[in-house]
Design a protein around this ligand. Structure first.
Ligand code: F6P
Length: 328
């Protein structure tokens, strides 16, 4: 039988995402509700190794549900990749009598958690917090909805100036391995073309498509590009290519960058975070470990951590087709 859980540690790790604070709040308050102790671990695995712990109660998480970023701070730890680093982390957990952890983060965070659990048999449950939506087993990751809305708002603004000057804009959005933000923000923002890692349209086809658009009477265009698209060119090189190969286009570039990671979480992300925090703590209380909490068809589920990080998540093919039709 698994050990009764009395004290839970919670951390945020990897790239921050809007809704992480709401998830921390939910974990802390669920612990308080069930009369468990809760400890905040600062800077993800870095703080775990250093013993940067702070006891948290229901009042420690007041006024944070609406705040972007993470009050626990976040980091990507090199030391945790070493056996010695993980041993230090384990020793700290034992010293502070922490029985289990909730890990809020993306694939790097979950990979670390899995190795740790295998080495020390230490119970961990993951909450998928990343704007990329690149985790299997959940309809959405925490922060994705907010990041999409931020990206679309920015694209709308760029559209205003693009159409005033009859310009073509390449707009780079985040997503180094996956194109969920680019595809959805591209469709939502009415982009002319969307370049994503999952579908290599090739630069020649892009030029053909832009030529067709020009001939059909379009005077301005927005091309949304995921960071990790497969043309092999940066947005700046794409601009140069179009400048050199297409007549009559005045081209500009906008890189949205880290502004997509900040900001107050959307209502969707706040609710998702609240649900995930409850499910994570109650699953640990039931003796579950090595799972991620997620939603599937709006129902809370537990999904094996190992599966969650396998080869990202599938791009929506139906939406790719919609985007093609919309650019007619
Ligand atoms: O994983 C989330 C993410 O925002 C990616 O979309 C992006 O490629 C990366 O993090 C940026 O990482 P960093 O903040 O370390 O530059």
């Amino acid at each position: 039988m698994s050990k009764k859980i009395k004290k839970i540690g919670v951390m945020t790790s990897g790239g921050d995402s809007p809704g992480m604070n709401a998830a921390v709040r939910s974990v802390v308050r669920t612990c308080a509700y069930h009369k468990l102790e809760c400890v905040g671990i600062y800077r993800g695995y870095e703080g775990l190794i250093e013993g940067a712990f702070e006891p948290m109660n229901a009042r420690s998480v007041r006024d944070i549900i609406n705040r972007g970023g993470t009050i626990l701070k976040s980091a990507r730890s090199k030391e945790f990749r070493t056996k010695e680093g993980r041993q230090k982390a384990y020793d700290n957990l034992i010293k502070h009598e922490i029985d289990a952890m909730v890990l809020i983060g993306g694939d790097g965070t979950f990979t670390g958690g899995l190795i740790f659990e295998e080495e020390f048999n230490f119970p961990c449950i993951g909450i998928p917090g990343t704007i990329d939506n690149d985790i299997r087993g959940t309809d959405r990751t925490l922060g994705y909805d907010t990041a999409l809305n931020t990206a679309v708002e920015a694209i709308d603004k760029i559209r205003d100036t693009a159409s005033s000057h009859n310009r073509l804009f390449f707009i780079e959005v985040m997503g180094r391995d996956v194109g969920h933000i680019a595809l959805n923000a591209g469709v939502g923002g009415g982009a002319e073309e969307i370049l994503i890692p999952e579908a290599n349209m090739g630069i020649e086809r892009l030029v053909e498509s832009l030529t067709r658009s020009g001939a059909s009477g379009k005077t301005s265009s927005l091309v949304v590009v995921a960071e990790g698209d497969k043309t092999g060119k940066s947005v700046f090189e794409l601009k140069d290519y179009v400048d050199n190969n297409l007549e009559g286009y005045d081209v500009r570039v906008a890189v949205l960058g880290h502004l997509q990671r900040g900001g107050s979480p959307s209502c969707y992300d706040r609710v998702l975070a609240s649900r995930m925090g409850v499910k994570a703590v109650e699953s640990l209380m039931e003796g579950k470990s090595s799972y991620m909490v997620g939603t599937q068809h709006d129902k809370m589920v537990l999904y094996p951590l190992e599966q969650a990080i396998k080869s990202g998540s599938d791009i929506n093919q139906e939406l790719i087709r919609v985007s093609e039709i919309m650019t007619t």
